[in-house]
Design a protein around this ligand. Structure first.
Ligand code: GLC
Length: 607
């Protein structure tokens, strides 16, 4: 347990020096010892041999809801062949710990961290499933909701019963004076659904901090008992045999009056301790941080080379830049952002184009200004373009959490609907359908090439469209994000093998990319990357390098053929003859230019 000294020093930094802190610290170390002893031999074996598995280019992930995809954990275990066929080697299973009954934010309101949601199965089912997937070389990630618990969680229930110690696990006040002060500076997460940041509970006559909704109580990480309790849960989950833990909503974990209560400095100390603790007890477990905030804040959660925090972070910036590039047909933002951040050695991005959440339009405002656009207007453009309000847009997304005061909104919708398939199908425009499929394929190709870990959102591999059926379910009807969380359509999925269907075109394309990726060392998570400006605003160029061998990829984000001059490529590449692995095209860089078809992409290696 080599990290104890560092853990102790961070613990004292946060919780001060007192007898109470010493007792809590001793309790934490005991928990760690216990978890270490309880850890099974096969997991310890992995701890000793394979701690940086997430860098491997063979890792290709998928996120899914167990119930929507398969019905239950038992049934999911029987679907291994589906993942193997596509080449998936990692699954993020959406919340599966026991949530509260009724509305539960898609499982992000957890009542018990040690029990499985009974609708999905039980703990033995889960352990069996982990075993099945391990045997099939599929790694598993689960959600760990750290910022808040359901109001039905035992801590909250005892707090509601008047237990003062349990009330200290949360952030609550007797009067609205401090809540009002908070509300002056803390933005609302869900202004539509849940205005304000506090909920008044008459039974205890207290105002409780509830960032997300009245049934999700924010934890008080300024109390060491909260920290210890949540670490204990994390180590318990790690010892079940999961390979990655998704730390949900980390930017919210520290509160201070007069601030936005987002990304506050102590959260980095907490994250650093999470990392050091798991390194001591279960180092093959990887920590995935979910922080959908400004790009400059997201990268901070990687920590530094000497002080790592989360090993993997969602690359929300890349996701927004991809949609921006499709809407504006302009890749300059993507190019600038790709070269913008250096991330620490232990860190890598989780690259995705769609997930279960809405899309928030946060981008690099300085770069947008540099191109001569106004950030506010540009955001309005993206909101309207993807919210189906912009004339000429191909997209069929939906507004989410529209705020009439500042006109801000986020967007819901599936990848295929956002990128034009739904509109083209409704209008029976065959040519536009082809274009939409090409966009979907291009988006997948970007995340397969980009430095990091690609993550596909279940259903996108068969071009799933928006689904309005959630409106009939009272537990879902008020939550627009369900439009892109439909029940997986197995009947439609069979079309993946029928030539000439959307399902076939998207699935087979993705399968081919995955197969290719796995054999390309250039796409290893530690192979270097930079974006090359080709002086063509429509074509994104990504260069990946490993041991002086170079690979380049080009992506045409426009619906028109583009001529690419070879000049810029010649300046940085070794040799002139390159071969494209996607379609077998050959490129001679001694020629002055070549063309790329609408939405074409190429993956080129030196011949
Ligand atoms: C994360 C989840 C989101 C959830 C929120 C609150 O952002 O991705 O779905 O609503 O946290 O737990």
């Amino acid at each position: 347990m080599k990290n104890r000294k560092q853990i102790a020093s961070l613990y004292h930094k946060i919780y001060g020096q007192s007898r109470q802190t010493e007792l809590a610290l001793a309790q934490l170390f005991e928990m760690m010892d216990h978890a270490f002893v309880m850890r099974k031999a096969d997991l310890k074996n992995m701890d000793n041999t394979n701690t940086d598995w997430y860098f491997n280019q063979k890792m290709v992930g998928m996120t899914l809801y167990v119930d929507l995809f398969a019905g239950s954990l038992k049934k999911l275990a029987k679907r291994v062949d589906y993942f193997r066929d596509l080449g998936i080697t990692y699954l993020h299973l959406m919340p599966l710990l026991k949530p509260r009954d009724g509305e539960n934010d898609g499982g992000y309101a957890v009542e018990d961290y040690r029990q499985i949601d009974s609708r999905l199965g039980d703990m033995p089912d889960f352990i069996k499933l982990l075993d099945t997937f391990r045997k099939n070389d599929i790694f598993i990630c689960i959600d760990y909701v750290v910022n808040h618990v359901a109001k039905e969680h035992q801590w909250a229930q005892s707090a509601l019963d008047g237990d003062v110690l349990m009330q200290e696990m949360f952030i609550m006040y007797d009067t609205d004076e401090i809540p009002n002060r908070f509300n002056k500076t803390v933005p609302e997460v869900l202004p539509d659904k849940c205005p304000g940041n506090f909920t008044f509970y008459p039974e205890i006559k207290k105002y409780v901090f509830t960032s997300f909704s009245n049934f999700q109580w924010d934890l008080n990480f300024a109390n060491p008992q909260v920290f210890n309790g949540m670490i204990d849960n994390m180590l318990y989950l790690a010892n079940l045999g999961v390979n990655m833990i998704r730390l949900d909503a980390i930017p919210f974990m520290w509160k201070q009056v007069g601030t936005t209560c987002r990304n506050l400095e102590p959260i980095h100390d907490l994250m650093r301790m999470f990392y050091l603790i798991k390194e001591d007890v279960c180092p093959s477990l990887a920590l995935l941080g979910e922080a959908i905030v400004e790009p400059d804040e997201i990268v901070k959660y990687f920590g530094t080379d000497h002080q790592p925090e989360c090993e993997i972070m969602y690359n929300a910036n890349l996701m927004v830049d991809i949609y921006h590039s499709f809407a504006s047909r302009d890749v300059r933002l993507l190019t600038i952002d790709t070269n913008r951040f250096l991330i620490p050695r232990k860190g890598t991005w989780m690259n995705y184009v769609r997930c279960h959440d809405d899309i928030g339009w946060g981008f690099n405002e300085d770069a947008i200004r540099q191109f001569g656009f106004d950030p506010f207007q540009h955001k309005q453009f993206l909101i309207k373009f993807y919210g189906s309000e912009f004339e000429g847009s191909f997209s069929k997304g939906e507004h989410y959490q529209y705020n009439p005061l500042n006109k801000d909104a986020r967007t819901n919708g599936t990848l295929a609907s956002l990128l034009g398939l739904q509109r083209a199908v409704e209008r029976k425009e065959h040519f536009r359908q082809r274009e939409a499929i090409d966009r979907v394929n291009l988006a997948h190709a970007v995340i397969m090439t980009y430095r990091g870990f690609p993550l596909i959102y279940s259903g996108d591999e068969i071009a799933t469209l928006n689904d309005q059926s959630y409106k009939k379910d009272p537990a879902k009807s008020t939550e627009g994000r369900w439009v892109h969380r439909p029940i997986f359509d197995w009947k439609r999925s069979f079309k993946k093998d029928v030539c000439g269907t959307f399902e076939h075109d998207v699935y087979q394309n993705l399968k081919k990319l995955i197969e290719l990726r796995k054999n390309l060392p250039y796409l290893h998570g530690q192979a270097s990357q930079y974006a090359l400006d080709l002086n063509n605003a429509h074509v994104f160029c990504l260069i990946r390098q490993v041991k002086e061998k170079t690979f380049f990829a080009l992506f045409n984000f426009s619906e028109h053929t583009q001529f690419v001059t070879t000049y810029h490529l010649r300046q940085v590449l070794f040799g002139n003859k390159y071969k494209d692995l996607i379609q077998g095209r050959t490129f001679d860089l001694s020629e002055p230019s070549f063309d790329l078809s609408p939405y074409e992409y190429v993956w080129c290696v030196h011949q």
